[in-house]
Write a protein that binds this ligand. Structure first.
Ligand code: SF4
Length: 317
């Protein structure tokens, strides 16, 4: 039936997008219905590869890079340019030491929970769980230098039940002052990418960073700082259980994918983090300094949109 629908839909991109969106909504509604009924485990599909929990690094490519499509939207502005991206082969970097991989489970949860340490949290309970975690983070002094220099911790912004989570690097000056991630000029660009580019509302997604404290002078996070703070991000992902992740910039992608590959080699294809499909793309701050890269970032977002069942704007002209 699905194949027949797909074949018929090839006559029209609009029909195809609409049908795909409808199917995704139906499946999602069905899963949510099962979850409300207390069913939180379903048999794993035999063709679905199991990604060990410890393999926040072993990312599985699930879709080839898309054919180039034209230009992107957004504005311009500040934030220090990231250091040149390394081109070395993958190495262990800022990630915490991996925990032993569990034995392959007999079943997977609705949202791939077998990749997580903690159980599924009902959507209604997520705001409280995140608030509790945010409170813990607010008192954190694991990184002495950051704890001493921060104005406040910057936990996250957005919906506790978001389908999509953006993960950046660390708060900047504006974020440190206001306690909200991505609110400076780079944040405005990210907001434009979400709203004008993807057609979503910023409050519908979840936005977090690797570090919850601003590094002095906006320097790169040090390896021990990323390791110290990673458990908080891991917990945020576990609570929100997004369907998709978008890793912004080389620090975020390098940490979560456990690689030193350049963004040029990481973008344009799918990875997995805790079993969650993830893409890597340029950090908005980098795009502000390198507007020519917006085209690539827009291609990455379109790949994400197709997977999410969102309608991708047609090429003009
Ligand atoms: S960066 Fe993270 S781990 Fe380090 S002090 Fe801030 S909240 Fe704690």
């Amino acid at each position: 039936m699905i194949e027949a629908d797909a074949a018929a839909a090839t006559d029209s991109d609009d029909d195809y997008d609409a049908e795909r969106l409808r199917l995704i909504r139906e499946v999602r509604q069905r899963l949510e219905s099962l979850a409300r009924a207390g069913v939180d485990l379903l048999p794993r599909s035999p063709e679905r590869p199991h990604v060990p929990r410890s393999a926040v690094a072993a990312r599985v490519v699930v879709e080839p890079p898309p054919a180039p499509e034209p230009a992107a939207p957004p504005p311009a502005a500040t934030r220090p340019e990231p250091a040149p991206q390394p081109t070395t082969t993958p190495t262990t970097r800022t990630r915490p030491a991996p925990t032993p991989a569990p034995a392959a489970p007999a079943a997977a949860s609705l949202f791939g929970a077998t990749e997580f340490k903690s159980p599924f949290i009902e959507p209604a309970d997520r705001p409280a769980a995140l608030a509790l975690l945010a409170e813990e983070v607010a008192g954190c002094v694991r990184c002495a230098e950051l704890a001493a220099s921060r104005t406040q911790t910057v936990f996250a912004d957005g919906s506790p039940t978001a389908r999509l989570m953006f993960i950046g690097e660390a708060p900047g000056a504006d974020e440190d002052r206001r306690g909200v991630p991505f609110i400076g000029k780079a944040g405005q660009l990210l907001t434009d990418m979400i709203t004008k580019g993807m057609g979503l509302r910023r409050e519908d997604v979840y936005i977090a960073n690797i570090l919850k404290c601003r590094p002095p002078e906006n320097r790169d996070p040090l390896p021990h700082e990323s390791s110290n703070c990673f458990p908080y991000l891991e917990r945020q992902i576990e609570i929100v259980r997004p369907e998709y992740l978008c890793l912004l910039g080389r620090i975020s992608a390098g940490t979560l994918l456990n690689t030193a590959l350049s963004m040029g080699r990481l973008r344009g294809r799918w990875h997995r983090v805790f079993g969650i499909p993830a893409i890597a793309t340029y950090h908005p701050a980098y795009l502000l300094r390198n507007p020519a890269a917006k085209k690539d970032a827009w291609e990455d977002l379109q790949m994400l949109m197709r997977a999410m069942g969102l309608v991708v704007p047609k090429k003009k002209g």
